[in-house]
Design a binder for this molecule. Structure first.
Ligand SMILES: [Fe+2]
Ligand SMILES: [Fe+2]
Length: 461
């Protein structure tokens, strides 16, 4: 892909005869031939936001984002779903293909595809065989598989977290290796395909709040850390700290955690002790051979401190809240405010929570990180009920990976303009314009699920 990209760039910048162009093209045809010989075939396929070489899905990360993104965009604009590379591909063949692919025209993808096929035929190039996108089968299969994997990771994480919190409550030391494996699972899943896992955080289970909260905060933190360019090892540390941030609550009496009314001063003291109680719990973990980082303790201690230090525990000396704590505070605040809990019967709409996090300085959050968080979740996060300009009602099911399409997520339409149920819901990507370049549907506002008798979580499984 790197050679492909380099050749594309060279053709754009220099005349074909230029040595730079010739060199990159020779390299590309050589690599392609090598790969084809080794694997017996060479198929390059784009599917949704992914690139496959034969059956291997290439991993998209920060270092190759520009390269892959550019190639994806070009293929989509040219209406190409797959390129089969045959034998005897020469530098000249590649030159023709890449010039056609990189050409700037205003025609629709379908027409471009025909045009490219015709031009290849005219120039007697039969090295390449092109396919139109076959989104239906592969995308669907891939999505199903990704969803199943995310489901497994999520339910496993909740089970282990439950186990950990309950063991601490009865005075046992939980197995740290198990906790680390959970965090690794979440990090891997987020790096691989973050949308599905983030989607699961929106299915808020009232009974399991304590456990799902920790897992959700871990997922949000890791996904945000990834956006900030953290390495895999840094993400492990962040994830572990996030998963353990409220571990101190397992030292707070249960009836207090579940109390619905106002807390007395004495009770509040208990609650407000959970950050430093958490530090003590983590210190006890250290009796095991396994290391647990000091960073996790710092996050336990600092996650309610706020950046202006007006939170708790109160600090006497000036200090800087650590980056990991700032990240976890945002994930924590968001998940807590959007969840239905014992003492919070009416959770706020996700979009309203994001707005409040951005506009209310008393929340004490780092505004740069809040901005990155909104970029991650979209203006309308997964699980938001929205009204479209067609007067249809829809539930947001995934944010759009493109940062320019923050207000155009992927939605499931659940009722038509007259208010009749659409069953099964119709999945629509609001960022895909119609033939004339117009959008068929646009979100006009968010709506209160209770008013419409809708449980958004039901549409996300
Ligand atoms: Fe907390
Ligand atoms: Fe929390």
């Amino acid at each position: 892909m790197v050679a492909f990209y380099a050749a594309l760039r060279a053709i754009k910048l220099y005349p074909v005869e230029h040595t730079a162009v010739q060199k990159t093209l020779a390299e590309l045809s050589e690599i392609a031939e090598e790969l084809r010989a080794e694997e017996g075939e060479l198929e390059f396929r784009v599917s949704g936001e992914f690139i496959f070489i034969n059956s291997t899905r290439l991993r998209l990360d920060l270092s190759n984002y520009a390269t892959f993104g550019h190639i994806l965009t070009l293929c989509k604009a040219a209406g190409i779903g797959a390129i089969h590379v045959g034998t005897k591909g020469t530098a000249r063949d590649w030159t023709v293909l890449l010039s056609l692919l990189g050409a700037e025209t205003a025609s629709a993808p379908k027409d471009r595809f025909r045009e490219i096929e015709r031009r290849l035929r005219d120039t007697k190039i039969d090295t390449f065989e092109l396919d139109e996108p076959s989104e239906t089968v592969t995308d669907k299969e891939f999505n199903e598989e990704a969803k199943a994997a995310a489901n497994r990771t999520y339910s496993q994480s909740v089970a282990v977290t439950k186990d950990v919190i309950n063991s601490v409550r009865i005075g046992k030391t939980p197995n740290i290796r198990k906790i680390k494996r959970v965090v690794q699972g979440i990090v891997d899943q987020v790096l691989n395909e973050e949308t599905s896992l983030i989607g699961l955080t929106a299915i808020r289970d009232y009974d399991e709040y304590t456990f799902t909260h920790s897992v959700n905060v871990c997922i949000f933190s890791v996904a945000l850390g990834r956006r900030l360019g953290m390495s895999k090892l840094q993400l492990y540390e962040l994830g572990l700290a996030a998963l353990m941030h409220d571990i101190g609550k397992s030292r707070v009496p249960l009836d207090l955690l579940q109390k619905t009314g106002q807390l007395t001063e004495e009770e509040w003291k208990w609650m407000a002790a959970h950050p430093w109680l958490g530090v003590l719990v983590l210190f006890q973990f250290r009796r095991q051979q396994e290391e647990l980082s000091y960073r996790a303790m710092t996050v336990c201690h600092e996650h309610h401190m706020k950046i202006d230090l007006t939170g708790y525990p109160r600090v006497i000396r000036p200090r800087q809240v650590s980056l990991l704590s700032k990240i976890v505070s945002i994930a924590d605040g968001y998940d807590a405010a959007t969840s239905r809990r014992v003492y919070q019967t009416e959770p706020l709409a996700p979009s309203a929570v994001l707005e409040e996090m951005r506009d209310n300085p008393r929340r004490g959050l780092d505004q740069v990180l809040v901005k990155a968080f909104i970029n991650l979740l979209g203006i309308y996060p997964v699980g938001t009920l929205v009204v479209l300009d067609t007067f249809e009602l829809a539930v947001v099911s995934a944010s759009n990976p493109n940062p320019e399409a923050l207000s155009r997520p992927i939605v499931k339409i659940i009722s038509d303009p007259q208010g009749n149920r659409v069953s099964p819901p119709l999945v629509v990507d609001l960022a895909v314009p119609e033939a004339g370049g117009q959008y068929a549907r646009t979100i006009i506002k968010t709506a209160d699920p209770d008013r419409y008798g809708v449980t958004p979580g039901d549409y996300l499984l």
